[in-house]
Write a protein that binds this ligand. Structure first.
Ligand code: NAP
Length: 319
């Protein structure tokens, strides 16, 4: 079979907050995009995007589904952005792996670690991790998204290369930057992932347990003390992982994130409220506890907080 021509279309899998926000930013600068939703969706679908408190922009977003892009058509997808929660990544790659062209780039936007399986991508496909601490978006309606933060995505590969290994990756980053999605290559993606996990492992479970918006964590003595205790433990884990220098100021950074996202509902609380028992706990809190165990670091507060959240998710599953 002849090799199909490279496609420049961005396939964004996951029509949630991040997927809808990125799709709009790319589309607005003329990039070809296709949003892939889990449930059937009209093509195009009408979406609403708001940049902060700016005016709502209604736009027609092209969509597609794995069934429309059958593997029989060949491996035609070159740019895949996985914008689902960590627990959905396996399903996404089962569906889209066979459609990825040799040399395709797959961008993983998930919070946490440990959601990839060995051999989950075809040979010759490049996996890229994207970490951000400030590109924040939330759904204010089924097809409405508001973007509330705009800090750079750090992008890197598992090898920790000092620069992108292929021109196609450089080209992708250029296109993201032109769309106003700041994308910076980093040789230290693992460090960025763990710094983010260390803060997420504080904010996510506490907001889920106390059923509150992020900002409330610093308003109450009980939750504020827990923020402090968790940061002390997480700092030790980062130190043991070799990220001590970068981790300095974890408590201050976490408090800053809480203040900057004060009115946000965390993604773990959103998952808990959805009520189907699916959570990112294993990829964030349990991942941190596993790392602590591997390095003989005691994390009793983390263990207790993890167990309290796990109980709440288990209660949803058994309902
Ligand atoms: N939102 C933020 O500000 C933010 C910031 C930084 C990082 N992140 C990370 O980015 C990722 C996405 O976050 P989010 O807030 O956008 O989550 P979200 O609003 O829950 O969106 C995820 C979307 O993925 C869809 N999905 C699940 N499985 C799918 C499949 N197999 N095929 C197609 N679509 C599928 C879900 O559909 P259903 O609803 O039908 O299940 C949902 O629409 C998470 O890992 C999150 O931790 C988010």
């Amino acid at each position: 079979m002849p090799t199909p021509p490279p496609s420049s279309t961005w396939h964004l899998v996951g029509g949630g907050a991040i997927g809808m926000a990125l799709a709009h930013r790319l589309y607005a600068t003329g990039e070809p995009v296709r949003l892939v939703t889990r449930t059937p969706c009209p093509d195009p679908v009408e979406l609403v995007y708001r940049d902060g408190d700016g005016p709502p922009v209604t736009w027609s977003c092209p969509t597609t589904s794995p069934s429309e892009e059958s593997p029989a058509a060949g491996r035609t997808v070159h740019r895949l952005v996985v914008a689902t929660k960590a627990y959905s990544v396996g399903d996404v790659l089962d569906a889209w792996g066979p459609r990825l062209a040799p040399g395709a780039r797959v961008f993983f936007l998930q919070n946490g670690t440990g959601f990839r399986r060995p051999g989950d991508l075809p040979e010759g496909v490049h996996a890229l991790d994207a970490v951000n601490t400030g590109f924040a978006a939330f759904r204010s309606g089924e097809r409405t998204v508001k973007q509330t933060g705009d800090e750079p995505f750090q992008i890197g590969d598992v090898i920790g290369r000092s620069a992108p290994a292929f021109d196609s990756i450089i080209d992708d980053l250029d296109h993201l930057n032109r769309a106003g999605i700041e994308a910076v290559w980093t040789p230290s993606i693992r460090e960025h992932q763990w710094l983010k996990i260390a803060a997420n492992a504080v904010i996510n479970p506490l907001t889920a347990i106390y059923g509150c918006r992020n900002g409330v964590l610093l308003d109450r003595a009980e939750t504020s003390d827990l923020v402090d205790s968790l940061c002390v433990e997480n700092d030790r884990v980062l130190e043991a992982l070799g990220f001590g220098a970068a981790s300095r100021g974890l408590l201050e950074r976490t408090r800053h994130i809480i203040r900057a996202t004060a009115s946000n509902v965390s993604s773990m609380l959103t998952d808990l409220n959805r009520g189907d028992g699916r959570s990112e706990l294993d990829y964030i809190n349990a991942a941190l506890i596993r790392a602590a165990t591997d390095h003989d670091v005691e994390v009793p507060v983390n263990r207790s907080i993890h167990d309290r959240v796990a109980e709440r998710f288990a209660a949803c599953r058994s309902r």
